[in-house]
Design a protein around this ligand. Sequence first.
Ligand code: FUL
Length: 865
Amino acid sequence: MSIIASADSSFRSFRSATASVVATLLLLWVSASVACGTQPKAHTDLLLSFQGSVAGAKYIPGPGEHGAGALSVTGAQLEVPGQLTVGGPSSGLAWPVTNLGSAGIGQRMLAEIVVSPGILEQGGTLIDVAGAVRLDVVDAGRVRVVAGTTSREFALPGRTGPERRPVHLGLVTQLDDSGYGVVTVLSEAGRIGEPMDVTGATESQSAISFARGATGSVYGAAVTTGGGGQRFVLGQLPCAPMTTSVVYRVSVTPGECEASILAKASALRPSPQQSRWQERELTAFIHFGVNTYTGLEWGTGDEDPAIFQPTGLDTDQWARVLRDSGFRTAILTVKHHDGFVLYPSRYTTHGVQSSSWAGGGGDVLRSFVDSARRYGLRVGVYLSPADENQFLVGDYANGSVASQRTIPTLTGDDDRDPRGTPTYTLAATDYGTYFLDQLYEVLTEYGPIDEVWLDGAQGRIPADSIENYDYASYFALIRALAPQAAIAISGPDVRWVGNESGVARLDEWSPLAVKYVGPDVPEPQPSLQAASLGSDDDLVRAVEAGASHLVWLPAETDVSLRPGWFWHDEEAAKSVSDLLKIYYESVGRNSTLLLNIPPNPEGRFADADVARLQEWRAALRQDMPADLAVGASAVVAGKPAPEAVDGDLRSAVAVEGDGSGSIEVDLGEPAQVDRVSLSEATAAGGQQVGSFAVDVWSDGGWRQIGSGGTIGHKRIIAMDEPVRASRYRVRITAARAEVSFAGVSLYGHSAESVPAQTDYYVDCSAQTPGTGTMTSPMRSIEALRSVDLPVGATVHVRSGTRCSGSLELWGYGTQDRPARLVAWGDGPEPVLVGAGNTAALRALDYQGWIVEGVSVVDGAGSAPR
Ligand code: FUL
């Protein structure tokens, strides 16, 4: 039975007309009826913007919605208000046609839908009027109307490339009781093409359905009967972002609307491991192993261990040079792809113990960690999952299936006390077990490890072999044994910047859209190399394309001082200007810098490399001598904002994120500035800034002297021309949310060399923060966290004061030049109280510090990271 029984007799005359005549008449009819006021009154019989809820297969309308009858929902979920997520062939919404009254679909009717643009890429039927008229997706730029024996494609205007705006489409049907009539397609841009003449459209189902067989988000659906039918009821429905609490990772759904995605990105925060890692900024890579002696970059796994013969291993030199150059962490290649291990592992003979070096008793890792701790350097380990030697042994990529293993595997002559050795049951292949056993050794016998660097390479094994890394087990063991460590590259905490030339993106975001390619192995979307990774556009497109989560995933920029990662006699170090560029394009762009310095076959950094690092450090001091902004007057929204100029990147001031926020700094007197460093307190406030501008006050007005995109942990911009002014302003011109602004630093290049400041004064009762000179003391102990103290520096704390905050001093002393923490001025012993302070004191003692007349105690204060 057909329900087509139109009461609109004026309409029948169109039937025999040609399409163009039909179109003209239709338009005339519409305008005439509007003009004469004869048009029947329109009724919006269905009006949904998905503010309601879903119970089983029934949609329960929310406030302001109208959904008479049992509106059924199949294969669809309402995860976010305002957005129904549909997925797959049998999904969709169906609304009974009986709700249209006796005229049924044989009356003028507008059926409309608003969907996420990704739906167009997936196909499906967007609107189906009782089986009589269908609006099908053809592709991202076209839809097709199928009605009776007629069908026609319509190109969607303005949708030729990737698109983020929701798609709003409507079908105006005007059919008579024999299924003849006209169908018009509307998009948000207006009518598309000419109205289509329809013959033989027959009702074959008793519902109007929406988004059938589609995958993505539906933001609204409506049916309006009577009236002109040319005007949309739904408009471009607003997207209602979910209120998201602060998280490290959040799931997203394909088709999720932009506001919701960006709200989630804005709610992301780094984990404590990531914050600690980011604050350290400069990490050294040390590629050392059998390749140092063979001249290869990738070893073969069958090297004779005897070739490993450092004639003068000097890990103290490594650590000293690295600290003197400002590095805070160093990562040693404990095992590169060849599989040769730099410590005596119980599980292989391909390692230092098989070399005659040091009589077979050498342990480079031990020596390295001892030196690192002596000079106050954090330790990272590079343990290559790829292992050519284990391939030759027959364990790596041997096809074994992961099964539950007890780690560590105790060996026959194991020297570990089984009772004092915690064990872990983890799923692993044969090789996975080997790798876990080595991780266990390294993470339990060499003190705290702060970064575990896992490369994703498979090594040069035959193309048909593969080792499926047991990442879930690796990560579980690392988290259990080294909870403070950041797991980098093939891991959840740190991502590769995407190149090995030392350059981060101009605008580097840490909140990214990802897919998981293994448990906790995020793969940034659209790709690690994408030019605008993490931007608003990329996030939205990545979610459309199927990214499953947004996650905090900051960039590490790795590059070598020399062309190769390992030592090669014939190679030379990069120039100072290359290194400066690398610094500004990594640390200055919200990334950490991982700079490789390869020891020579002797086991030392070459003198020329050491000299180059020192020149680089000196050049950075000349570029960025004392921060002129510290202690200046700073104002945000009319209120003093000392947090922005206190040299402590954890303290922050809230700045409006709606484009109106700014930070004004008045130095009191003109100073020359050519470099500006900005920071967001990402641990507290995430990463929000999308664009900013820097102005100076000159000739009675503000003049823009620089601008940029993201800020994140640190963004350093250089002015084209140095400026001389006393008032500076940073405008936050776009942000995802309110900004936790940590600091602005202003620097003027010095033509002369700038000696490192050796004495720092701290007065926690001072009115204003200072640079640390006696006349301008620092106001908190936390401001010293950002300072790399030269050997033998002295920190003077004002007597009679009490400083709260964790003690974190980046400096060391030697026998001849001890570093000192002493009281300054008259009065009772100053007190430093903060979380982890006594442990910090013990470490300082080991690093050659003398503490005199200062009481260091544990307490609240900001937690150590
Ligand atoms: C790469 C490795 O294959 C290189 O040999 C080097 O270790 C570099 C840092 O990572 O993926």
